[in-house]
Design a protein around this ligand. Structure first.
Ligand code: DX5
Ligand code: ZN
Length: 218
């Protein structure tokens, strides 16, 4: 199976967001990845609800919203209204993860859990049935353009066998430092969805890079 490609708008040119969105609409990309940072959970602030809502008006593909915020349960409904199709919360920010995942699904969205690089995949054993995807951070969240952490390959493989053993259907997404050099090995390890920010938007021909990522393992 070819991986799904989710370009991260964090690395896009915000002054020309409409052009960037059209480029993704017309490319082989599958989803839009939107990074929401609150300056508390991560040491950076990105953009919020009005931007998500504006992207939704132009986007012809699902919005994959990655919340890097504390108390994400307070904003589930707001992001649903803004147009999120997939809503992912950080494991480390949720005291009541089980309830949060259920609320996301109750809102008609797909639910995701994100693991920081230090968080072991085994902690998800009791929530796989409530999760549509697990996003493995391959950098410490907060910024685009960071260097990929190589331990991620093993983590993906471990999670893949956990999911198989559980009998659930859960997709594995990887986010941070993903590029045309490491993408093949990530897909071979078991990644289903590749997020890429800098690797897409900081290249001369972003649509071509998206196509390269999409077809990398074949
Ligand atoms: C980082 C974000 C990523 C980021 C990836 O905290 O979650 O989605 O945009 O950017 P690159 O691909 O440049 O590492
Ligand atoms: Zn992200």
């Amino acid at each position: 199976m070819k991986p799904l490609i989710a370009p991260s708008l964090l690395s896009a040119d915000f002054l020309n967001l409409e052009t960037e969105i059209e480029m993704i609409n017309n490319s082989e990309a599958d989803w839009f990845h939107l990074d929401i940072m609150d300056g508390v959970f991560v040491p950076n602030i990105s953009f919020g609800l009005p931007v998500v809502e504006a992207v939704k008006r132009k986007a012809k593909k699902p919005l994959d919203v990655h919340l890097m915020i504390v108390e994400p349960d307070r904003y589930i409904d707001a992001f649903r209204k803004a147009g999120a199709d997939i809503l992912s919360v950080q494991y480390e920010a949720c005291t009541h993860l089980h309830r949060v995942l259920q609320s996301i699904r109750d809102g008609g969205m797909k639910s995701g859990v994100v693991l920081n690089p230090h968080t072991p995949v085994q902690l998800l054993a009791n929530v796989l049935a409530y999760t549509d995807l697990v996003l493995i951070m391959s950098v410490n969240p907060g910024f685009g353009g960071q260097q990929f952490i190589p331990e991620t390959y093993n983590k993906i493989a471990e999670l893949k066998s956990m999911i198989k053993a559980s009998g659930q259907s859960v997709l594995i997404e990887v986010d941070g430092g993903v590029n045309t050099v490491n993408a093949k090995q990530l897909v071979e390890a078991g990644a289903d969805i590749l997020v890429a920010g800098n690797a897409v938007f900081k290249t001369e021909n972003p649509a071509q890079t998206i196509a390269k990522l999409k077809n990398i393992a074949f």
